[in-house]
Write a protein of this length. Structure first.
Length: 68
C-alpha cells in the first residue's frame, strides 16, 4: 500500500469555482477547490484558500490512515 510518505512530490491543483446561489448581489459566489491526482477521491473546498487547504489536508491524512 502507498502512504503519503511514498510520494516525493504531489501535484496539487487549486481552482476557483463559481457557485450559484452563494451571493445575494449577483446570484453567484465562489469556492476554492484543492484536488490531488495521486490521491484518489481526495479534495477539499472552502470559501477561502486556507479553509480549502485545511479540508484537503484532513482528507489526505484520512486517506493515509486508510491505506496504511
Amino acid at each position: 500500500m502507498r502512504s503519503l510518505e511514498n510520494y516525493a512530490r504531489l501535484t496539487i491543483r487549486i481552482s476557483k469555482v463559481k457557485v450559484p446561489g452563494q451571493n445575494h448581489n449577483n446570484g453567484y459566489g465562489y469556492r476554492f477547490l484543492f484536488k490531488c491526482d495521486e490521491i484518489p477521491e481526495c479534495g477539499g473546498y472552502g470559501a477561502t484558500v486556507m479553509e480549502a487547504l485545511e479540508r484537503f489536508q484532513k482528507q489526505a491524512r484520512l486517506w493515509a490512515n486508510l491505506v496504511t
